[in-house]
Design a protein around this ligand. Structure first.
Ligand code: NDP
Ligand code: MG
Length: 387
């Protein structure tokens, strides 16, 4: 039983707070040795009291990027949890990999933008990329159970990480579950009138503003499709989405014999964060089990792809690959910020993403420089389209 020494980038956010809870719940298995905040110095200082000795850094202002890299490569750390919203975690993630540290990734945006580069760097360096996003963590758990892969100890240096084993022919589909967001049942013609307040009310999860908004447009699930494609090295055509309003099944894997494995828990990000940290071990905690009798039912329905174009846009971006997913992601970030600032309508978010993607000439197997250039181009283009 080893204790993992973890740096948490974005320790003041929703995921960051859950990560601190996990560290306090299983102190024998998780020690936080570093934490960053961007603007909330007060909360970081408070959090620092719970983890004496942890290095603290503020990432805003002059030299903020360097301070993040310094934390991500901290000699005493063996894992870096990337919980920064948006793409700001990309460089620290690559630096952590380069320094030989496992990364636990909540920031799906960095895998959407540069999944090929991140996974390639991790493979080359022999470090693990552990999924924290609840759907991907669920799939990771379902795949771990396959007898073919067996359960290997991450302590054994001769063991290949399960994550680096390409999904074999045994797997037919990865099925991502989606809550459907607050507008699951809203008639299409009413989407134009959606307000910021309505969009920020998620039915099942309590999260930061960006991902809550992404859940309302279904871009969150779109980003997760691309995230799954890279994390599990599977073609986009094998990644599917099903709406499951209760958010109890966090995702499923269908095998070629038509058997399906699913992972279930109550909706609390402490579950996936803990498993990412303690993998491949299961460790007792104070999290509540599911009360099935109270839960009573689990429902499923097809996503409304015609009314919520995000899913098809993401599938297209994932199929084309190269720089196109980075363009989708960047345009979405700009459009979400505009909507939150009440500068555009709700449907303008996906309209802006669609038009930005349409204006882009994708570069295949793009290197980091090409990806960063596409990201910058898309941000400027989306801003121009939004006026
Ligand atoms: P929050 O908005 O709650 O927190 C964001 C964190 O990132 C804060 O610590 C914030 O610091 C920091 N931050 C913001 N901007 C920057 C920047 N430019 N550079 C460095 N740090 C920055 O977000 P969430 O915790 O909800 O989400 C974090 C990531 O995890 C996202 O990518 C999201 O998609 C993903 N995720 C979140 C889930 C959730 O349940 N919340 C579920 C699955 C994935 P400060 O507050 O000090 O300004
Ligand atoms: Mg998710």
């Amino acid at each position: 039983m080893r204790k993992r020494k973890v740096v948490v980038l974005g320790a003041t956010g929703s995921i960051g707070q859950s990560a601190r809870k996990v560290a306090q719940d299983i102190p024998d298995r998780m020690e936080i040795v570093g934490m960053s905040a961007h603007s909330n110095a007060e909360m970081l200082r408070e959090a620092g009291k719970d983890f004496p000795g942890a290095k603290l850094a503020i990432s805003s202002g002059d030299g903020g990027g360097d301070r993040l890299i310094e934390l991500a490569t901290l000699p005493e750390a063996d894992m870096v949890l990337i919980a920064i919203v948006g793409t700001g975690g990309l460089r620290p993630a690559l630096a952590a990999i380069e320094a030989g540290k496992d990364i636990a990734v909540a920031s799906k945006e960095i895998l959407v933008m540069a999944g090929e580069a991140v996974m390639g760097a991790a493979r080359k360096k022999g470090v693990n990329v552990l999924p924290v996003d609840s759907e991907h963590n669920a799939i990771f758990q379902c795949l771990d159970g396959r007898s073919k892969l067996g359960v290997r100890s991450s302590d054994d240096p001769s063991a290949n990480s399960d994550l680096r084993t390409p999904i074999s022919a045994d797997v037919r589909r990865l099925i991502l579950t989606a809550s459907g967001g607050p507008f699951r049942c809203l008639p299409a013609e009413k989407l134009a009138d959606v307000t910021v307040e309505q969009a920020l009310k998620h039915p099942t999860w309590n999260m930061g503003a960006k991902i809550t908004l992404d859940s309302a447009t279904l871009f969150n699930k779109g980003l997760e499709m691309i995230e799954a494609r890279w994390l599990f090295d599977v073609e986009m055509s094998r990644v599917e989405v099903i709406v499951h309003p209760q958010s109890i099944i966090h995702s499923m894997v269908e095998f070629r014999d038509s058997s399906v494995l699913a992972q279930l828990s109550v909706t609390d990000m402490c579950f996936p964060i803990q498993y990412a940290v303690t993998w491949p071990d299961r460790v007792p905690n104070r999290l509540p089990p599911i009360d099935f009798a109270r839960l009573a039912k689990l429902e499923f329905e097809a996503p409304r792809t015609a009314d919520f174009p995000a899913l098809n846009l993401a599938r297209h971006a994932g199929e084309i690959g190269g720089t196109l997913p980075a363009v989708l992601n960047a345009a979405n970030e700009v459009a979400v910020a505009a909507f939150l600032a009440r500068r555009c309508s709700f449907p303008a978010i996906w309209q802006t993403v669609e038009r930005t993607m349409a204006g882009h000439q994708p570069v295949a197997h793009a290197d980091l420089a090409a990806i960063l250039a596409a990201d910058q181009w898309a941000r400027a283009k989306a801003a121009e389209l939004l006026g």
